[in-house]
Design a protein around this ligand. Sequence first.
Ligand code: TRP
Ligand code: SF4
Length: 399
Amino acid sequence: MAIERVVSGMRPTGSLHLGHYNGVLKNWVDLQHELECLFFVADWHALTTHYDAPEIIEKNVTSMVIDWLAAGVDPANATIFIQSKVPEHAELHTLLSMITPLSWLERVPTYKDQQEKLSSKDLSTYGFLGYPLLQSADILIYRATQVPVGEDQVPHIEFTREVARRFNHLYGKEKGFEERAEEAIKKLGTKKGQLYKELKDAYQEEGDDQALASAQSLIDEQQILSLGDKERLLGYLEGGGKIILIEPEYKLTPASKMVGLDGQKMSKSYNNTIALTESSEDIQKKIRTMPTDPARIRKTDPGDPKNCPVWPLHQVYSDEKTKVWVESGCKNASMGCIECKQPVIDSITKELGPINERAKKYAESPELVQSIIGEGCEKARKIARDTMRDVREVMGISF
Ligand code: TRP
Ligand code: SF4
Protein backbone atom coordinates (compact mmCIF):
# COMPACT_ATOMS: atom_id res chain seq x y z
CA MET A 1 0.00 0.00 0.00
CA ALA A 2 1.08 3.54 -0.65
CA ILE A 3 2.55 5.40 2.28
CA GLU A 4 0.80 8.47 3.62
CA ARG A 5 2.69 11.56 2.65
CA VAL A 6 1.80 15.16 3.45
CA VAL A 7 2.79 18.12 1.28
CA SER A 8 1.95 21.77 1.80
CA GLY A 9 3.32 25.14 0.85
CA MET A 10 3.03 28.81 1.73
CA ARG A 11 3.68 31.86 -0.42
CA PRO A 12 6.39 34.20 0.91
CA THR A 13 4.47 37.43 0.40
CA GLY A 14 4.66 38.82 3.93
CA SER A 15 5.66 38.02 7.48
CA LEU A 16 3.68 35.45 9.40
CA HIS A 17 1.24 36.48 12.10
CA LEU A 18 -0.85 34.94 14.87
CA GLY A 19 -3.51 33.89 12.37
CA HIS A 20 -1.01 31.69 10.53
CA TYR A 21 0.31 30.37 13.82
CA ASN A 22 -3.05 29.40 15.28
CA GLY A 23 -4.38 28.05 11.99
CA VAL A 24 -1.69 26.55 9.80
CA LEU A 25 1.53 26.22 11.78
CA LYS A 26 0.20 24.48 14.89
CA ASN A 27 -1.42 22.02 12.51
CA TRP A 28 1.87 21.39 10.67
CA VAL A 29 3.68 20.87 13.94
CA ASP A 30 1.14 18.21 14.96
CA LEU A 31 1.19 16.51 11.56
CA GLN A 32 4.96 16.18 11.46
CA HIS A 33 4.79 13.75 14.38
CA GLU A 34 2.15 11.58 12.74
CA LEU A 35 3.08 11.37 9.06
CA GLU A 36 5.89 11.99 6.61
CA CYS A 37 5.70 15.73 5.89
CA LEU A 38 7.18 18.07 3.29
CA PHE A 39 6.69 21.81 3.73
CA PHE A 40 7.95 24.32 1.22
CA VAL A 41 8.15 28.01 0.44
CA ALA A 42 6.16 28.56 -2.75
CA ASP A 43 8.27 31.37 -4.19
CA TRP A 44 7.19 30.75 -7.79
CA HIS A 45 3.57 30.99 -6.72
CA ALA A 46 4.36 34.28 -5.01
CA LEU A 47 5.76 35.56 -8.30
CA THR A 48 2.48 34.89 -10.11
CA THR A 49 0.97 37.84 -8.23
CA HIS A 50 4.13 39.70 -7.14
CA TYR A 51 6.14 39.59 -10.37
CA ASP A 52 6.60 43.33 -10.01
CA ALA A 53 7.91 43.12 -6.44
CA PRO A 54 10.79 40.63 -6.29
CA GLU A 55 12.22 42.42 -3.25
CA ILE A 56 9.20 41.28 -1.19
CA ILE A 57 9.80 37.67 -2.11
CA GLU A 58 13.52 37.87 -1.57
CA LYS A 59 13.00 39.32 1.90
CA ASN A 60 10.40 36.80 2.97
CA VAL A 61 11.76 33.44 1.83
CA THR A 62 14.32 32.96 4.60
CA SER A 63 12.34 34.80 7.25
CA MET A 64 9.39 32.52 6.52
CA VAL A 65 11.53 29.44 7.10
CA ILE A 66 12.82 31.01 10.31
CA ASP A 67 9.24 31.60 11.47
CA TRP A 68 8.35 27.96 10.73
CA LEU A 69 11.34 26.72 12.68
CA ALA A 70 10.59 29.08 15.55
CA ALA A 71 6.99 27.89 15.64
CA GLY A 72 8.16 24.31 16.07
CA VAL A 73 8.40 22.83 12.59
CA ASP A 74 11.29 20.47 13.16
CA PRO A 75 13.75 19.60 10.39
CA ALA A 76 14.26 16.22 12.05
CA ASN A 77 10.58 15.42 11.51
CA ALA A 78 9.68 17.36 8.39
CA THR A 79 11.40 18.19 5.13
CA ILE A 80 11.63 21.96 4.72
CA PHE A 81 12.56 23.35 1.31
CA ILE A 82 12.12 26.03 -1.33
CA GLN A 83 10.09 25.39 -4.45
CA SER A 84 12.46 27.07 -6.90
CA LYS A 85 15.36 24.99 -5.59
CA VAL A 86 13.64 21.84 -6.82
CA PRO A 87 13.38 22.62 -10.53
CA GLU A 88 11.66 19.27 -11.16
CA HIS A 89 8.44 21.04 -10.11
CA ALA A 90 8.79 23.24 -13.19
CA GLU A 91 9.52 20.30 -15.44
CA LEU A 92 6.44 18.46 -14.25
CA HIS A 93 4.42 21.64 -14.63
CA THR A 94 5.48 21.87 -18.27
CA LEU A 95 4.71 18.24 -18.98
CA LEU A 96 1.31 18.41 -17.26
CA SER A 97 0.50 21.53 -19.27
CA MET A 98 0.50 19.35 -22.40
CA ILE A 99 -2.51 17.40 -21.19
CA THR A 100 -4.43 20.03 -19.24
CA PRO A 101 -7.43 21.50 -21.08
CA LEU A 102 -7.46 25.27 -20.96
CA SER A 103 -11.10 25.23 -19.89
CA TRP A 104 -10.20 23.37 -16.68
CA LEU A 105 -7.92 26.23 -15.67
CA GLU A 106 -10.35 28.93 -16.71
CA ARG A 107 -13.07 27.47 -14.56
CA VAL A 108 -11.07 27.23 -11.32
CA PRO A 109 -13.00 29.72 -9.14
CA THR A 110 -9.93 31.39 -7.61
CA TYR A 111 -8.85 32.55 -11.07
CA LYS A 112 -11.58 35.12 -11.62
CA ASP A 113 -12.03 35.85 -7.88
CA GLN A 114 -8.42 36.83 -7.38
CA GLN A 115 -8.26 38.80 -10.59
CA GLU A 116 -11.20 40.85 -9.36
CA LYS A 117 -9.89 41.14 -5.82
CA LEU A 118 -6.42 42.21 -6.90
CA SER A 119 -7.73 44.42 -9.68
CA SER A 120 -4.92 46.93 -9.21
CA LYS A 121 -2.59 44.32 -10.73
CA ASP A 122 -2.65 42.94 -14.22
CA LEU A 123 -3.21 39.25 -13.59
CA SER A 124 -4.13 38.28 -17.11
CA THR A 125 -0.83 36.45 -17.38
CA TYR A 126 0.05 32.96 -18.49
CA GLY A 127 1.67 32.29 -15.11
CA PHE A 128 -1.36 33.29 -13.11
CA LEU A 129 -3.71 31.17 -15.19
CA GLY A 130 -1.35 28.26 -14.59
CA TYR A 131 -1.22 28.80 -10.80
CA PRO A 132 -3.34 25.74 -9.98
CA LEU A 133 -1.38 23.54 -12.36
CA LEU A 134 1.91 24.56 -10.79
CA GLN A 135 0.32 23.66 -7.46
CA SER A 136 -0.68 20.28 -8.91
CA ALA A 137 2.92 19.69 -9.92
CA ASP A 138 4.04 20.59 -6.35
CA ILE A 139 1.76 17.91 -4.98
CA LEU A 140 1.91 15.17 -7.61
CA ILE A 141 5.68 15.19 -7.83
CA TYR A 142 5.82 13.84 -4.25
CA ARG A 143 2.93 11.43 -4.79
CA ALA A 144 1.41 13.10 -1.74
CA THR A 145 -1.70 11.49 -0.31
CA GLN A 146 -2.73 14.40 1.90
CA VAL A 147 -2.57 18.14 1.48
CA PRO A 148 -3.40 20.33 4.49
CA VAL A 149 -4.91 23.57 3.17
CA GLY A 150 -7.47 26.20 4.02
CA GLU A 151 -10.94 26.09 2.55
CA ASP A 152 -10.09 28.52 -0.25
CA GLN A 153 -7.61 25.99 -1.66
CA VAL A 154 -10.00 23.06 -1.99
CA PRO A 155 -10.75 23.74 -5.69
CA HIS A 156 -7.02 23.51 -6.39
CA ILE A 157 -6.79 20.08 -4.81
CA GLU A 158 -9.82 18.88 -6.71
CA PHE A 159 -8.27 20.19 -9.87
CA THR A 160 -5.09 18.29 -8.99
CA ARG A 161 -7.08 15.07 -8.66
CA GLU A 162 -8.54 15.57 -12.11
CA VAL A 163 -5.12 16.19 -13.62
CA ALA A 164 -3.74 13.04 -11.97
CA ARG A 165 -6.67 10.99 -13.19
CA ARG A 166 -6.24 12.26 -16.73
CA PHE A 167 -2.52 11.55 -16.62
CA ASN A 168 -3.02 8.00 -15.38
CA HIS A 169 -5.71 7.42 -17.94
CA LEU A 170 -3.49 8.62 -20.79
CA TYR A 171 -0.21 7.02 -19.72
CA GLY A 172 -1.02 4.31 -17.22
CA LYS A 173 -1.61 1.68 -19.84
CA GLU A 174 1.64 -0.10 -20.61
CA LYS A 175 2.09 -1.48 -24.12
CA GLY A 176 0.29 -4.74 -24.49
CA PHE A 177 -1.39 -4.33 -21.12
CA GLU A 178 -4.37 -6.54 -21.97
CA GLU A 179 -2.28 -9.33 -23.47
CA ARG A 180 -0.02 -9.30 -20.46
CA ALA A 181 -2.98 -9.37 -18.10
CA GLU A 182 -4.43 -12.35 -20.01
CA GLU A 183 -1.04 -14.10 -19.72
CA ALA A 184 -1.10 -13.46 -15.99
CA ILE A 185 -4.58 -14.99 -15.71
CA LYS A 186 -3.21 -18.19 -17.23
CA LYS A 187 -0.62 -18.33 -14.49
CA LEU A 188 -3.44 -18.58 -11.96
CA GLY A 189 -4.33 -22.06 -13.23
CA THR A 190 -7.60 -23.15 -14.81
CA LYS A 191 -9.84 -23.04 -11.77
CA LYS A 192 -8.66 -19.81 -10.21
CA GLY A 193 -8.34 -18.21 -13.62
CA GLN A 194 -11.96 -19.01 -14.32
CA LEU A 195 -13.00 -17.65 -10.92
CA TYR A 196 -11.05 -14.43 -11.56
CA LYS A 197 -12.82 -13.91 -14.89
CA GLU A 198 -16.24 -14.53 -13.38
CA LEU A 199 -15.62 -12.09 -10.56
CA LYS A 200 -14.21 -9.50 -12.97
CA ASP A 201 -17.28 -9.78 -15.19
CA ALA A 202 -19.61 -9.56 -12.20
CA TYR A 203 -17.92 -6.36 -11.17
CA GLN A 204 -17.59 -4.77 -14.58
CA GLU A 205 -21.01 -5.76 -15.89
CA GLU A 206 -23.13 -5.58 -12.76
CA GLY A 207 -21.09 -3.30 -10.51
CA ASP A 208 -20.87 -6.05 -7.89
CA ASP A 209 -18.51 -4.60 -5.25
CA GLN A 210 -18.47 -7.87 -3.35
CA ALA A 211 -17.08 -9.59 -6.44
CA LEU A 212 -14.40 -6.91 -6.75
CA ALA A 213 -13.34 -7.43 -3.12
CA SER A 214 -13.24 -11.22 -3.56
CA ALA A 215 -11.16 -10.93 -6.71
CA GLN A 216 -8.74 -8.56 -5.00
CA SER A 217 -8.18 -10.92 -2.12
CA LEU A 218 -7.83 -13.83 -4.56
CA ILE A 219 -4.93 -11.97 -6.23
CA ASP A 220 -3.41 -10.94 -2.93
CA GLU A 221 -3.21 -14.56 -1.84
CA GLN A 222 -1.37 -15.82 -4.93
CA GLN A 223 2.24 -16.28 -3.98
CA ILE A 224 3.39 -17.53 -7.37
CA LEU A 225 2.52 -14.24 -9.08
CA SER A 226 5.18 -11.58 -9.53
CA LEU A 227 4.43 -8.11 -8.16
CA GLY A 228 4.08 -6.79 -11.70
CA ASP A 229 1.52 -9.47 -12.57
CA LYS A 230 -0.40 -8.77 -9.37
CA GLU A 231 -0.56 -5.11 -10.23
CA ARG A 232 -1.72 -5.92 -13.75
CA LEU A 233 -4.47 -8.21 -12.55
CA LEU A 234 -5.63 -5.68 -9.97
CA GLY A 235 -5.65 -2.92 -12.59
CA TYR A 236 -7.39 -5.17 -15.13
CA LEU A 237 -10.25 -5.80 -12.67
CA GLU A 238 -11.21 -2.15 -12.71
CA GLY A 239 -10.52 -1.75 -16.38
CA GLY A 240 -7.63 0.64 -15.77
CA GLY A 241 -3.89 0.44 -15.92
CA LYS A 242 -1.10 1.54 -13.64
CA ILE A 243 -1.35 4.42 -11.21
CA ILE A 244 1.61 6.70 -11.91
CA LEU A 245 0.49 9.87 -10.15
CA ILE A 246 -1.50 9.60 -6.94
CA GLU A 247 -4.76 11.50 -6.46
CA PRO A 248 -4.30 13.46 -3.22
CA GLU A 249 -6.92 14.22 -0.60
CA TYR A 250 -7.22 17.61 1.00
CA LYS A 251 -7.11 17.88 4.74
CA LEU A 252 -8.83 21.04 5.90
CA THR A 253 -6.75 23.14 8.25
CA PRO A 254 -8.80 23.76 11.41
CA ALA A 255 -10.36 27.18 10.99
CA SER A 256 -8.39 29.76 12.89
CA LYS A 257 -10.59 31.75 15.26
CA MET A 258 -8.01 34.46 15.19
CA VAL A 259 -9.47 37.91 14.69
CA GLY A 260 -7.39 40.97 14.04
CA LEU A 261 -6.93 44.11 16.06
CA ASP A 262 -10.03 45.68 14.51
CA GLY A 263 -12.38 42.71 14.92
CA GLN A 264 -12.13 41.61 11.28
CA LYS A 265 -10.32 38.43 10.25
CA MET A 266 -6.60 38.80 10.97
CA SER A 267 -4.94 39.49 7.64
CA LYS A 268 -2.01 41.43 6.29
CA SER A 269 -4.25 43.21 3.82
CA TYR A 270 -6.37 44.64 6.66
CA ASN A 271 -3.27 45.80 8.47
CA ASN A 272 -4.60 44.36 11.73
CA THR A 273 -2.06 41.69 12.59
CA ILE A 274 0.27 40.75 15.38
CA ALA A 275 3.38 39.30 13.80
CA LEU A 276 4.88 36.06 15.03
CA THR A 277 8.05 37.97 15.83
CA GLU A 278 6.38 41.04 17.34
CA SER A 279 8.33 42.42 20.33
CA SER A 280 6.60 42.48 23.70
CA GLU A 281 6.55 46.31 23.62
CA ASP A 282 4.76 46.27 20.28
CA ILE A 283 2.30 43.61 21.42
CA GLN A 284 1.46 45.83 24.36
CA LYS A 285 1.20 48.96 22.24
CA LYS A 286 -0.96 47.32 19.60
CA ILE A 287 -3.42 45.84 22.06
CA ARG A 288 -3.58 48.90 24.28
CA THR A 289 -4.56 51.04 21.31
CA MET A 290 -7.17 48.58 20.06
CA PRO A 291 -10.67 50.08 19.74
CA THR A 292 -13.22 48.84 22.26
CA ASP A 293 -16.99 48.99 22.67
CA PRO A 294 -17.83 52.53 21.46
CA ALA A 295 -20.42 52.82 24.24
CA ARG A 296 -17.61 53.02 26.79
CA ILE A 297 -16.57 56.61 26.31
CA ARG A 298 -15.75 57.05 29.96
CA LYS A 299 -14.68 54.35 32.35
CA THR A 300 -18.01 54.79 34.15
CA ASP A 301 -20.02 53.98 31.01
CA PRO A 302 -21.09 50.34 30.96
CA GLY A 303 -20.33 48.30 27.84
CA ASP A 304 -20.89 44.88 26.33
CA PRO A 305 -18.06 42.56 25.27
CA LYS A 306 -20.20 41.49 22.30
CA ASN A 307 -19.54 44.88 20.74
CA CYS A 308 -15.81 44.85 21.44
CA PRO A 309 -12.99 43.47 19.24
CA VAL A 310 -10.98 42.58 22.36
CA TRP A 311 -13.57 39.97 23.35
CA PRO A 312 -12.70 37.47 20.57
CA LEU A 313 -9.10 37.62 21.77
CA HIS A 314 -10.28 36.63 25.24
CA GLN A 315 -12.13 33.74 23.61
CA VAL A 316 -8.85 32.40 22.23
CA TYR A 317 -6.50 33.35 25.05
CA SER A 318 -8.40 33.49 28.36
CA ASP A 319 -9.74 30.84 30.72
CA GLU A 320 -13.36 30.70 31.94
CA LYS A 321 -12.64 32.63 35.11
CA THR A 322 -11.10 35.52 33.24
CA LYS A 323 -13.96 35.60 30.76
CA VAL A 324 -16.52 35.84 33.58
CA TRP A 325 -14.44 38.65 35.10
CA VAL A 326 -14.44 40.50 31.76
CA GLU A 327 -18.18 40.19 31.22
CA SER A 328 -19.17 41.50 34.61
CA GLY A 329 -16.46 44.17 34.78
CA CYS A 330 -17.45 45.49 31.37
CA LYS A 331 -21.21 45.36 31.84
CA ASN A 332 -21.22 47.08 35.22
CA ALA A 333 -18.37 49.43 34.40
CA SER A 334 -16.31 48.29 37.35
CA MET A 335 -13.12 48.09 35.34
CA GLY A 336 -11.43 49.99 32.59
CA CYS A 337 -10.52 48.72 29.17
CA ILE A 338 -6.77 48.87 29.81
CA GLU A 339 -7.23 46.57 32.79
CA CYS A 340 -9.39 44.23 30.71
CA LYS A 341 -6.79 44.02 27.96
CA GLN A 342 -3.92 43.08 30.28
CA PRO A 343 -4.60 39.31 30.46
CA VAL A 344 -4.67 39.18 26.64
CA ILE A 345 -1.39 41.06 26.46
CA ASP A 346 0.09 38.65 29.00
CA SER A 347 -1.08 35.50 27.21
CA ILE A 348 0.09 36.59 23.77
CA THR A 349 3.43 37.74 25.15
CA LYS A 350 3.81 34.39 26.89
CA GLU A 351 2.93 32.44 23.75
CA LEU A 352 5.22 34.43 21.49
CA GLY A 353 8.13 34.75 23.95
CA PRO A 354 9.77 31.41 23.25
CA ILE A 355 8.97 31.66 19.53
CA ASN A 356 10.65 35.03 19.44
CA GLU A 357 13.73 33.70 21.14
CA ARG A 358 14.06 30.77 18.80
CA ALA A 359 13.54 33.06 15.80
CA LYS A 360 16.33 35.30 17.07
CA LYS A 361 18.70 32.36 17.42
CA TYR A 362 18.00 31.21 13.88
CA ALA A 363 18.27 34.72 12.51
CA GLU A 364 21.70 34.97 14.14
CA SER A 365 22.93 31.79 12.47
CA PRO A 366 22.15 32.06 8.78
CA GLU A 367 24.49 29.14 8.01
CA LEU A 368 22.34 26.86 10.14
CA VAL A 369 19.19 27.96 8.35
CA GLN A 370 20.91 27.56 4.99
CA SER A 371 21.99 24.05 5.84
CA ILE A 372 18.49 23.08 7.00
CA ILE A 373 17.08 24.37 3.72
CA GLY A 374 19.88 22.76 1.73
CA GLU A 375 19.27 19.35 3.27
CA GLY A 376 15.54 19.69 2.81
CA CYS A 377 15.97 20.54 -0.86
CA GLU A 378 18.19 17.50 -1.38
CA LYS A 379 15.69 15.20 0.30
CA ALA A 380 12.81 16.62 -1.69
CA ARG A 381 14.74 16.37 -4.94
CA LYS A 382 15.39 12.69 -4.43
CA ILE A 383 11.69 11.95 -4.36
CA ALA A 384 10.98 14.41 -7.17
CA ARG A 385 13.62 12.83 -9.40
CA ASP A 386 12.13 9.37 -8.94
CA THR A 387 8.71 10.58 -9.98
CA MET A 388 10.12 12.45 -12.98
CA ARG A 389 11.89 9.32 -14.16
CA ASP A 390 8.54 7.52 -14.33
CA VAL A 391 6.77 10.49 -15.86
CA ARG A 392 9.37 10.98 -18.60
CA GLU A 393 9.35 7.31 -19.40
CA VAL A 394 5.60 7.05 -19.97
CA MET A 395 5.61 10.32 -21.93
CA GLY A 396 8.24 9.04 -24.30
CA ILE A 397 11.07 11.39 -23.38
CA SER A 398 13.50 9.25 -21.40
CA PHE A 399 16.27 9.02 -23.95
N1 TRP B 1 -1.70 28.07 -3.16
C1 TRP B 1 -1.33 27.81 -1.79
C2 TRP B 1 -1.84 28.99 -0.92
O1 TRP B 1 -2.00 30.06 -1.41
C3 TRP B 1 0.15 27.66 -1.61
C4 TRP B 1 0.65 26.41 -2.28
C5 TRP B 1 1.44 26.34 -3.39
C6 TRP B 1 0.38 25.08 -1.88
N2 TRP B 1 1.68 25.03 -3.71
C7 TRP B 1 1.05 24.25 -2.81
C8 TRP B 1 -0.36 24.51 -0.83
C9 TRP B 1 0.97 22.85 -2.73
C10 TRP B 1 -0.42 23.13 -0.75
C11 TRP B 1 0.23 22.30 -1.69
O2 TRP B 1 -2.04 28.79 0.25
FE1 SF4 C 1 -13.89 45.60 25.56
FE2 SF4 C 1 -12.96 44.80 27.89
FE3 SF4 C 1 -13.38 47.39 27.42
FE4 SF4 C 1 -15.43 45.74 27.66
S1 SF4 C 1 -13.93 46.25 29.24
S2 SF4 C 1 -15.17 47.29 26.10
S3 SF4 C 1 -14.63 43.89 26.74
S4 SF4 C 1 -11.90 46.08 26.40
